[in-house]
Write a protein that binds this ligand. Structure first.
Ligand code: GDP
Length: 478
């Protein structure tokens, strides 16, 4: 409606990131043209260089995607066998937050190395997201040898880590390599982030990648990528922000969930606060105290108004209607119930009206269950409409919301057990402001590019690659 347009971004290309609807008409992707209308304009603008790289990429994808049908694991193929095209295949693995972050990382790798990003059909990518590139598809051809591909793993002879061992890259190969950037990857696998690796890998027309890590900050560590990344993203911390907005568009089914909830509960509030709560500890007692910790963070940092605990809500009048809406995103409903009751039963001390909402609560996490993932994706996008965000340490779910929105979140301290809560609050506080909008690369490479027998701390190599707020050994872009 017009009201939403008034709140949102007037430019339907997000500063040139997206092709205008006249050039990329896709009747099966409502979100591409609607999302910007609900969203406040980003404070970050994509660079003209990035925009030209994206347009080049779209042409390359259109030219090359059909060449993917020619792949066979048996041949010693070269780029020429595929019409001069090279590919990187993203293999779906892990939770949805991880998947969005690894897809985004793989796409930036494709931009840097002139490859074409192809995604495998596992875990419902096609049902969750629209096709991102005009007049073509990013899905693996139906005829692809999927079973063969799914058997690629950490023991495969074609694994990059084996080829890179001792840094004597062998030159003979089958035309493909398997890249493993997992939490369990070893020193050889992570030579992916070393100098010379790009030129070595450029002779492989096919790369197959499995990753559960947001490895994009690691690409800055590759000397060959350095200048290009800086040209594409002069505001370095915005890489995920721009690319996730370019690449990921919720499918019509998911967009239905997002837009109906938004219009009913969030559209008319003056200020939107997103609380992303994910308790990763096994201590059941922690669940009991967690809602209070979240509330304490929000009130201490003045993200939400205080309440007059001794007053019943009905006793107070003259409230401004619907001034703050709070979206509680969590697997468990207890958090929503507690926060909602507080604002329902007691007036706020500043007279603001706080509405508390939740879109879903499946209670437990499922893997490879489409309707569950659709709700999860809806929650991430609903969170990303927030003006203020509170996120949970370590959670890629929160990283995605923060990245899409471009809002620097307040990050809850990681509490493991109830016993340690007072001590942790004393030492670290309940929550702290993020240092940048970039997500965290949790399991960072152990940098030993020259096999010296000791590793360099990747958080100390470049001034703008710092350790994360929530994962001390992780790295993120400043
Ligand atoms: P992480 O484990 O927090 O890093 O995030 P992931 O997205 O990788 O995996 C968590 C999975 O749990 C998600 O994919 C969802 O399936 C589910 N999940 C976690 N938190 C929420 C939530 O707030 N809402 C919904 N709908 N699902 C959630």
């Amino acid at each position: 409606t017009e009201e939403f347009v008034a709140q949102g971004e007037a430019d339907n290309t997000l500063g040139g990131l997206l092709l205008s609807p006249e050039l990329f008409e896709d009747s099966r992707c409502i979100s591409r043209s609607r999302e910007y209308q609900l969203r406040k304009p980003s404070t970050f603008k994509p660079s003209p260089y990035l925009i030209s790289k994206l347009r080049d990429y779209e042409r390359r994808h259109l030219k090359c995607a059909h060449e993917a049908k020619k792949f066979s694991p048996q041949t010693n193929a070269t780029e020429q066998d595929f019409g001069g095209c090279r590919f990187i295949v993203w293999m779906a693995i892990s939770g949805l937050g991880n998947r969005i972050m690894t897809l985004t990382s793989a796409f930036v790798y494709a931009l840097l190395t002139n490859r074409v990003l192809i995604v495998d059909r596992g875990l419902g990518t096609d049902e969750l997201f629209c096709e991102p590139f005009p007049s073509t598809s990013w899905l693996l051809p139906e005829s692809f040898p999927n079973e063969w591909m799914n058997n690629l793993g950490s023991n495969s002879t074609s694994k990059f880590g084996f080829l890179a061992r001792n840094f004597t890259f062998t030159s003979s190969h089958n035309g493909y390599s398997y890249i493993d950037i997992m939490h369990s990857s070893d020193k050889d696998d992570t030579k992916f982030f070393c100098a010379n690796c790009p030129s070595y890998l450029s002779s492989f027309p096919w790369l197959f990648m499995r990753s559960n890590q947001y490895f994009l900050p690691g690409l800055h560590l590759v000397p060959e990528f350095h200048d290009e990344l800086d040209k594409m993203f002069p505001e370095r911390q915005t890489v995920f922000h721009h690319i996730v907005r370019y690449l990921m568009h919720p499918s019509d089914a998911v967009w239905g969930l997002i837009s109906s909830f938004y219009e009913t509960h969030l559209a008319n509030s003056q200020h939107k606060v997103g609380l992303q709560i994910r308790v990763l500890s096994d201590d059941p007692a922690l669940l009991e105290v967690f809602p209070d910790l979240v509330l304490k963070c929000a009130q201490e940092k003045k993200l939400l108004p205080d309440v007059a605990l001794n007053t019943n809500n009905s006793a107070v009048g003259n409230q401004i209607s619907n001034s703050v809406s709070v979206l509680v995103a969590s697997l468990r409903v207890v958090f929503y119930n507690r926060i909602r009751e507080l604002y329902l039963n007691h007036p706020t001390t500043d007279g603001q009206q706080v509405g508390v909402y939740t879109a879903s609560h499946d209670e437990v996490q499922f893997l490879n269950f489409l309707s569950h993932d659709m709700k999860a994706l809806a929650d991430m996008y609903l969170l990303s409409f927030s003006d203020t965000l509170v996120t949970t340490s370590w959670s890629t779910f929160g990283y995605v919301a923060q990245g899409i929105s471009g809002v620097n979140p307040w990050i809850l301290t990681k509490f493991d057990t109830t016993d340690t809560v007072p001590e942790y609050i004393k030492n670290y506080g309940i929550c702290n402001r993020g240092i940048s909008i970039d997500p965290c690369f949790h399991n960072t490479p152990q940098m030993d590019c020259e096999n010296r027998g000791w590793t360099t701390d990747p958080g100390k190599m470049l001034p703008y690659i710092q350790h994360c707020e929530d994962v001390p050994w992780g790295i993120k872009i400043m």
